[in-house]
Design a protein around this ligand. Structure first.
Ligand SMILES: [Zn+2]
Length: 136
């Protein structure tokens, strides 16, 4: 069941084995980004980026493992049991979370519009070193 909160609804999702579970408040018609950087391109990650206030980890904190590289701003969080990165703290928005839109449960997403992001050329695609500010 989804709860309406000002045009936004509650989606749920998680990792493959089900230990990591979360809820995220976002529109039913999602705008997500497909990044071509070294890690996103290898994992096929689709970003739904939200402020921290719209994300809640329900279970599995004890199974999360952190992987960091390069500037070590992003905290890539993956399930230590099944290896799936269902959400993480992104370099573009360290004040928020990026949820992997591919890890959302079926039933609440009406549409997904995918926009490419040139994370491979970070400095030119992210002036000031960060992405666009998030709306609460
Ligand atoms: Zn898992």
């Amino acid at each position: 069941m989804s709860q309406a909160t000002g045009g936004m609804i509650q989606h749920t999702g998680g990792c493959h084995c089900g230990r990591v579970r979360f809820e995220v408040i976002a529109p039913a018609r999602l705008e997500v980004t497909d990044c071509n950087c070294s890690i996103c391109s290898k994992s096929g990650y689709l970003h739904l980026t939200v402020p921290k206030s719209r994300f809640r980890l329900i279970s599995g904190a004890e199974f999360l493992t952190t992987y960091q590289f390069n500037t070590r701003t992003a905290r890539h969080l993956f399930c230590s049991v099944c290896g799936v990165k269902s959400f993480y703290v992104p370099r573009s928005h360290p004040e928020g979370y990026s949820v992997n839109a591919r890890c959302l449960d079926e039933g609440t997403v009406e549409e997904m519009r995918v926009t490419p992001v040139d994370g491979k050329n970070w400095e030119s695609s992210h002036p000031g070193g960060r992405g666009k500010p998030l709306e609460d």
